[in-house]
Design a protein around this ligand. Structure first.
Ligand code: SAM
Ligand code: SF4
Length: 475
């Protein structure tokens, strides 16, 4: 581990020098029109599953030949299946508050926007929202908030995490709470770790400094350096699993991909391990925002697929998250390109699960996929993917470096697939509609038949226990 940074981030401007715009500009310039031999060499290198460097990523961003694109997509699918198998982790966001002191021009929650109803849920309301999600079969929640808390201050977030963990309905509960909230200082991150969160997610939105300043005009979020070094503080506080992301559409996606690689390599350099997940949100229309409806660098559907496939090749062991911002059709396409986690049945307004009829009132942005959880699960299963509600790694301490050490030799699949099968069976028995249960049980039979070795042995043992009525079985 090489901790050459200032924990109090008095020097966050110096620290943030790992985002090197000159280097990105040079690499993009040099790789504008890569010759086919170079593209082939990068695709061959990707097959080794050791990741790619910035030059390689630049080469792949410029692929346009249909045959090369086909090969890129094929390789991304191959790598994903080799590392994670056929499982797709399922979660739901839980918006606790849309109060916000920042001015992000793309977001409906920005402070000056008068067009939405403001609301910070009480702890009882948060528990109730969590109970609704538990009642649908969810086991993982992503807790989301704007950057301003009610009178309890940061304690509000800690209490909210506890409220979600308290929710119990029948045999169900939320087993992992991830969070996507504003950056914190080191002592706050330590408290969040003590509250037993899973992943701390924070998107840089854009790594391009000038664009960042243009779209963030008020509040603490204006400080690029503080935000881009926030995950250093989270990891220093002992939060092993951090999630990064770019809000695609604000700036050139080629630049953003190289910059996110610089961020990943920096976390690896300092902490010996990179991010646990990458999110790839595209700008969606939001109440009271022009830019959200007219992205200055709109990413086409083809480029969006390319982004996901390139990330899968570049950082093979990092989870890629696909939210319900995208349509069902786009989400389906990306499963084969490397996406490993998806949200389902989401609402982006505080209280949205309790009052599902008034979605638009306080929502952060418009959703592309409105289907309820059971329908998404059925669809995923029909495509041959195993919907997984597994929280095993986090509960057994397989986080950060330990997770990566297991993922790299392909070992994690021997946990992921059995756990996916057992948690999926638990879902089918406790929550699924009749139709989904039939499809799901057929899929489980097929998957078990295809499994080999230790993974198969583990899956059979876990499955038998779940069928006998046991819950929360994992290895
Ligand atoms: N307030 C915290 C922050 O900004 O980091 C965390 C919560 S914020 C609600 C979560 C993410 O929503 C932001 O990081 C941003 O990427 C995304 N977001 C905001 N407006 C969006 C829009 N119009 N379309 C898609 N995603 C959006
Ligand atoms: Fe607030 Fe986050 Fe929305 Fe910005 S993106 S306005 S910080 S909720």
């Amino acid at each position: 581990m090489n901790r050459t940074f200032d924990l109090n981030y008095k020097n966050s401007t110096i620290m943030s020098a790992f985002i090197n715009e000159d280097e990105i500009a040079r690499i993009l310039e040099e790789n504008q029109k890569p010759d086919p031999a170079k593209v082939r060499a990068v695709l061959n290198k990707a097959k080794e599953m050791k990741g790619l460097d910035l030059e390689d990523v630049a080469v792949l961003t410029n692929i346009s030949d249909p045959m090369q694109l086909f090969e890129l997509f094929e390789e991304a699918n191959h790598i994903k299946e080799k590392i994670y198998g056929k499982r797709l982790v399922i979660f739901a966001p839980l918006y606790i508050s849309n109060l916000c002191a920042n001015e992000c021009s793309y977001c409906a929650f920005r402070a000056k926007n008068k067009e939405i109803v403001r609301r910070a849920l009480s702890q009882d309301e948060i528990r109730h929202e969590a109970e609704i999600l538990v009642g649908q079969g969810h086991k993982r929640v992503l807790l989301v908030a704007g950057e301003s808390y009610p009178k309890q201050g940061f304690q509000y977030v800690l209490d909210s995490v506890a409220s979600v963990y308290e929710a119990k309905v029948g045999n169900g509960e939320i087993r992992r709470v991830n969070v996507n909230i504003a950056p914190l200082d080191l002592p706050e991150f330590k408290l969040l770790k003590e509250a037993k969160i899973g992943t701390f997610q924070l998107f840089q939105e854009t790594y391009h400094r000038e664009t960042y300043q243009k779209v963030h005009t008020g509040g603490k979020k204006k400080d690029y350096d503080s935000r881009v070094t926030a995950l250093h503080r989270a990891m220093e506080a002992g939060i092993d699993d951090v999630g990064i992301g770019v809000l695609f559409g604000l700036y050139n996606f080629r630049f953003e991909l190289l910059a996110i690689m610089q961020h990943i390599r920096e976390l690896e350099r300092v902490f010996g391990v990179g991010p646990h997940t990458i999110s790839v949100p595209r700008l969606e229309p939001a109440t009271g925002s022009d830019i959200a409806s007219h992205p200055p660098f709109a990413v086409s559907d083809l480029d969006f697929r390319k982004i996901i496939a390139i990330l899968r090749l570049a950082v093979p062991y990092t989870g890629i998250i696909m939210s319900t911002r995208e349509t069902a059709h786009m989400r389906r396409d990306t499963f084969a390109l490397g996406v490993s986690q998806i949200s389902a049945g989401s609402r982006t307004n505080p209280g949205g699960y309790t009052d599902s009829l008034h979605e638009a009132d306080g929502s952060q942005f418009c959703l592309g996929d409105h289907r309820p959880l059971d329908e998404v699960i059925r669809d995923v299963a029909e495509m041959g993917y195993i919907p997984s509600f597994c929280t095993g790694c986090y509960r057994l301490g397989r986080t950060g470096q330990d997770f990566m050490d297991r993922a790299k030799p392909g070992d994690i699949k021997n946990h992921c697939n059995p756990n996916a099968v057992s948690t999926f069976m638990e879902y089918l028995m406790d929550y699924a509609s009749y139709e989904t249960r039939l499809i799901g049980e057929d899929l489980i039979d097929d998957v078990i038949n295809e499994m080999e070795g230790i993974a198969r042995e583990r899956a059979i043992v876990l499955l038998e226990k779940v069928k006998k009525g046991k819950h929360d079985m994992y290895c």
